[in-house]
Design a binder for this molecule. Structure first.
Ligand SMILES: [Zn+2]
Length: 465
């Protein structure tokens, strides 16, 4: 993919990135073209363990990734955790072997899309109204396109970063990364040896705020420094089995029901953890509008397109999602089970699990099947300074603010290797775009110019690492 010239190149970008106009054009055009090409490969992840439903998508996307990297002389390694569940990794060696490496990662899969609901083909990668449309446009084939475009740019210009850069393209993020990041971290941790930090989704996008003195629009880019953890498990109530005709005081089903009601009636307190406070304080500093610790939800409208992401980070949650008990109408079962989905703020894992034990009582066991840790990475340091500088070089006067994500990303897996994970997929967005609902939403799309902007910011950042 080469492009002889640029439509609307930013001359100052070209000069300060110290690359010529043709190279700058190529970088930006490739980010857009690769994003579109990836969207056209249907990598739907149905989240089942049944290989029949897996389809060829991730392997085809992995083929494209390998081709784009080997084209410019980057050797790749490919890993199949199961047939068709392919991930690709490459390492660009830095000039300083003592510097900790930086992982830059993206996932190749997407959640499914029903074309009937969409205005344009979800797997068409079409451009309409200045937007790239399709499943994965923001989650996260845009960032994968940018990473690949920047990798190719670094190779074309012969630029060697100081730190090692490990570029990883994972399968299966949308179902917890069992066949992708989790697998690689468990089975091939050497791939990430020496790495200290990681960059991926979901952060780096802009919200537009009114400046305190003038009321003029100013952009703040939200860097994801934290994410909630999740615990998926079961409540198992024990009782005495018996005949359905006999009075009973120790029915497992009733005990389970009481436990569920106790959890439902518990009010999880609203709390601003450190990353949320840092975000709220940052927005206050820019706008002059203060926030009330007694009314954390009242500040959400200030967060514009990010409010949906932030609304889930003000408390822990525990929701019962499935029930299973009994096998015959006239038999009182010995065991009754409910499935529970718990999400905890950074630092709350133990307290939430202890609370569940307390609420459910002595006859109900809490069994956690999968616990994914929360992430709470440092909010200050050279990497963050470099991100802010890269943003400001392309958007003078803009701010970089930390925030906590309510959902999970593959950074959870890398946390197991003590790698501090950030969400930084830079996008300069229009003020009126409600961004968060586009994730997994109908008519997912991303502005073409935002992807071009992101490629420039990421190139600056990675050139300086
Ligand atoms: Zn994602």
């Amino acid at each position: 993919m080469t492009h002889p010239h640029a439509g609307e190149d930013n001359a100052s970008s070209s000069a300060s990135l110290m690359i010529d106009a043709d190279e700058l054009a190529c970088l930006q055009d490739e980010a857009v073209d690769i994003t579109r090409a990836l969207i056209r490969i249907d990598t739907s992840n149905y989240g089942t363990g049944d290989p029949q439903t897996w389809g060829p998508g991730e392997a085809a996307a992995a083929d494209l990734v390998e081709q784009l990297l080997t084209d410019v002389g980057l050797p790749t390694q490919r890993f199949s955790s199961a047939p068709g569940r392919d991930s690709v990794v490459t390492r660009i060696p830095g000039t300083d072997p003592n510097a900790g490496g930086l992982v830059v990662h993206g996932h190749l899969d997407v959640v499914p899309a029903d074309a009937d609901d969409w205005s344009h083909d979800p797997f068409g990668g079409e451009i309409h109204d200045g937007m790239i449309w399709g499943r994965g446009a923001v989650d996260m084939k845009d960032m994968v396109g940018m990473i690949l475009a920047v990798a190719r740019h670094l190779q074309r210009t012969g630029h060697r970063p100081r730190r090692d850069l490990v570029l990883a393209f994972f399968a299966d993020e949308e179902a917890g990364g069992v066949y992708g990041a989790r697998y690689l971290v468990a089975e091939h941790p050497d791939l990430f040896a020496g790495c200290t930090e990681a960059i991926s989704e979901v952060g780096g996008y802009s919200i537009t705020l009114p400046e305190r003195e003038t009321g003029a629009d100013v952009r703040a880019y939200l860097l994801q420094t934290a994410e909630k953890g999740l615990a998926w498990g079961r409540l198992r109530a024990h009782g005495r089995a018996g005949h359905g005709s006999v009075p009973t005081e120790d029915s497992a089903i009733v005990r389970l029901a009481r436990a569920i009601v106790a959890i439902d009636e518990h009010e999880f307190p609203l709390e601003a953890v450190a990353s949320v406070r840092a975000l709220y304080d940052g927005v206050t500093e820019i706008t002059g509008t203060g926030w009330d610790p007694e009314d954390l939800q009242g500040f959400l409208p200030m967060l514009r397109g990010a409010r949906q992401f932030v609304s889930g980070t003000l408390q822990d949650t525990a929701n019962v999602t499935m029930l299973n008990a009994g096998y015959k109408g006239n038999v009182i079962p010995q065991i009754a089970e409910a499935t529970i989905d718990c999400r905890f703020l950074p630092g709350h894992e133990e307290s939430l699990l202890a609370l569940l034990d307390e609420l459910t009582g002595e006859h109900v066991e809490v069994i956690m099947d999968q616990v994914y840790p929360s992430v709470d990475a440092p909010r200050e340091g050279p990497l963050i300074d470099a991100m802010a500088a890269a943003i400001r070089a392309e958007d003078p006067g803009a701010h970089l603010l930390p925030y906590c994500l309510s959902a999970g990303t593959d950074n959870k897996s890398l946390t197991q290797l003590d790698i501090a994970g950030y969400g930084f997929a830079p996008l300069q967005l229009p003020a009126d775009l409600d961004f968060a609902p586009l994730f997994h939403g109908v008519d997912e799309r991303v502005p073409v110019d935002a992807v071009r902007f992101g490629a420039r910011v990421l190139a600056r950042l990675l050139r300086g690492q």
